[in-house]
Design a protein around this ligand. Structure first.
Ligand SMILES: O=C(O)c1ccc[n+]([C@@H]2O[C@H](COP(=O)([O-])O)[C@@H](O)[C@H]2O)c1
Ligand SMILES: Cc1cc2nc[nH]c2cc1C
Length: 346
């Protein structure tokens, strides 16, 4: 298949390699789908929302925990950045309550076709400065729930999915997971998140250092469920399961920013082949993301200095992925168009 795809790509009416990363994407999507005529059907973004006990201490996050629930309602009312980009690019948006510290009541109706999924694992995690964030049973249940959500989307015909997240305090979980899994020192994994100042950043690093020592994270570096239970989040656990199922379903997976990539690190520990299904949308402005991407040996499509989350980077990358698939499908070949090629190409 690789040979056939390369032949098809190289015989399009363009100088060899001149579509750059789009050629890499066309090759990858063809390999995932096992065809020289790949297609992106209805793409989906799934945003997992969850709260973090540590956020209530105010030691690691500038915005209050209540923003998580408020933003979920904003998603359902169509007013967040991810709503705008999904509307613009005709992407179906799903919003999952993975464990927000708020009772939303019976299925709050989304406008503009947005879908709400109640998968609440609790009213936020416990504060991992004092004990585990959740039990290992709950971490496993969240992974399984993430799988079933993606299974339903695949069943409805979607073959491309991006995962986003919303959770005040979740850059802290992501930094701890990153440091544990990659072995990169914690201080190099901790960034400003939604925007801590220099002094708050030092407090964040010191605070997370305590959690790192308390839970002896380096000893858990090969144990995704244990890591999730100690310092994870419900939305991160669910997203890890979602990655695994999306790969199982042979979907094209679009990876968003810092937190979404940390969830992928955990999914990769469970099934290393998941990364071959992943297209990395963007390099986040969150310090640490670049090093995490290096660990994943990932090349990203976009460098926009974005650090919002919600799946916004993934949504912006989807039209580029469509362009990659479309050039493979629709461009004329040298032969069909009667354009002169050079000898070296076959
Ligand atoms: O996606 C990213 O790279 C990213 C980087 C920094 C912050 N965020 C978003 O900001 C929130 C977490 O930030 P914080 O400061 O509360 O840990 C959460 O809702 C994320 O979606 C997202
Ligand atoms: C307003 C706001 C919107 C967000 N979207 C994702 N994370 C966020 C964090 C804040 C604070």
């Amino acid at each position: 298949m690789r040979e056939q795809l390369l032949h098809k790509i190289n015989n399009k009416t363009k100088p060899l390699g001149s579509l750059g990363l789009l050629e890499t994407i066309a090759m990858q999507v063809g390999m995932i789908q096992g065809t020289t005529s790949p297609a992106i059907n209805q793409p989906h973004i799934v945003v997992f929302a969850g709260d973090h006990g540590i956020a209530e201490t105010g030691l690691v996050n500038p915005y209050p925990q209540a923003v998580t629930a408020q933003m979920v309602l904003n998603f359902l009312n169509g007013g967040a950045a991810i709503n705008v980009f999904c509307r613009q690019h005709n992407i179906t948006l799903h919003v999952v309550d993975a464990g927000v510290n708020h009772a939303f009541g019976p299925a709050p109706a989304g406008q503009s076709g947005d879908r709400f999924i109640d998968a609440k694992m609790g009213l936020g995690t416990a504060n991992y400065l004092e004990g585990p964030a959740m039990s290992e049973t709950t971490a496993t249940a969240a992974i399984e729930k993430g799988k079933s959500i993606v299974q339903a989307i695949a069943g409805s015909g979607g073959n491309c999915v991006g995962f986003g997240e919303m959770g005040i305090g979740n850059t802290s979980s992501a930094s701890l997971i990153m440091s544990a899994v990659t072995g990169i020192p914690l201080a190099a994994c901790v960034g400003r998140g939604t925007g801590v100042n220099d002094e708050q950043l030092q407090t964040k690093i010191n605070t997370l250092g305590q959690a790192y020592a308390l839970h002896r994270l380096p000893e858990l570096r090969h144990q995704p469920v244990a890591l999730l239970s100690r310092v994870g989040g419900f939305e991160i656990a669910m997203m890890a399961g979602a990655y695994l199922q999306a790969a199982e379903e042979k979907m094209v997976i679009v990876v968003d920013g810092f937190i979404a990539s940390a969830a992928l690190l955990l999914a990769q520990l469970i099934n290393p082949s998941v990364v071959s299904h992943c297209i990395f949308a963007h390099t986040s402005g969150e310090q640490g993301h670049e090093k995490m991407l290096q660990h994943l040996q990932a090349t990203t499509l976009l460098h926009l200095g974005m650090r919002l989350g919600e799946g916004t980077g993934a949504a912006l990358a989807i039209p580029l992925i469509r362009s990659a698939v479309n050039f493979l499908q629709e461009m004329a070949s040298f032969e069909s168009a009667g354009v002169s090629n050079i000898e070296a190409t076959t």
